[in-house]
Ligand binder design. Sequence first.
Ligand SMILES: Cc1cc2nc3c(=O)[nH]c(=O)nc-3n(C[C@H](O)[C@H](O)[C@H](O)COP(=O)(O)O)c2cc1C
Ligand SMILES: Nc1ncnc2c1ncn2[C@@H]1O[C@H](COP(=O)(O)OP(=O)(O)OP(=O)(O)O)[C@@H](O)[C@H]1O
Length: 143
Amino acid sequence: MTRVLATGTFDLLHPGHVFFLTQARSLGDELYVLVARDSMIKHKARPIVPEGQRLEMISAFGVVDKALLGSESDIFEPLKEIEPDIIVLGHDQFFDTRELEKSLGERGFKAKVVRVDDAMKCELCSSGRIIKRVLERYGQNEE
Ligand SMILES: Cc1cc2nc3c(=O)[nH]c(=O)nc-3n(C[C@H](O)[C@H](O)[C@H](O)COP(=O)(O)O)c2cc1C
Ligand SMILES: Nc1ncnc2c1ncn2[C@@H]1O[C@H](COP(=O)(O)OP(=O)(O)OP(=O)(O)O)[C@@H](O)[C@H]1O
């Protein structure tokens, strides 16, 4: 059994997420997904959808065997329980494949890191672009 782990924010869902998770699943026999915690997302705007709801949606995907919320302090902590064979990175995830593999090795994890370079290209295949479209259509007023 090859266990694949994918990670991400998964805020406003779109076909790019389905594409990514389907590709991730095809790399092994079972797919685990770590959903990023609200408090850990610092590289972009705070998600619209709270973490519990993001987890619920990803758990409902047919290609996902198990989805979990990540740690709020240490990204390596959940890996002790998950024990992935492959960690898959999406085309735009900020981690460097080699550096991540090295950091994993230093902590005793044997997972291979694989980057999926393909991206689904469609107008709204990005949570950020969906938000932009909503703002264009309904105005920039803050709640
Ligand atoms: C191996 C690995 C483990 C991760 N573990 C966590 C975690 O425990 N908690 C968390 O909030 N984010 C974790 N992340 C980070 C996010 O899930 C996500 O990859 C990162 O925030 C970039 O998100 P984006 O691609 O959705 O922009 C982890 C990422 C990787 C690659
Ligand atoms: N269009 C896409 N094609 C392929 N993979 C995608 C696509 N959009 C997102 N992903 C992948 O899905 C995972 C979660 O992505 P994330 O939640 O950051 O969505 P996003 O739409 O890229 O968000 P944002 O627009 O805010 O950057 C990441 O691994 C990312 O690379």
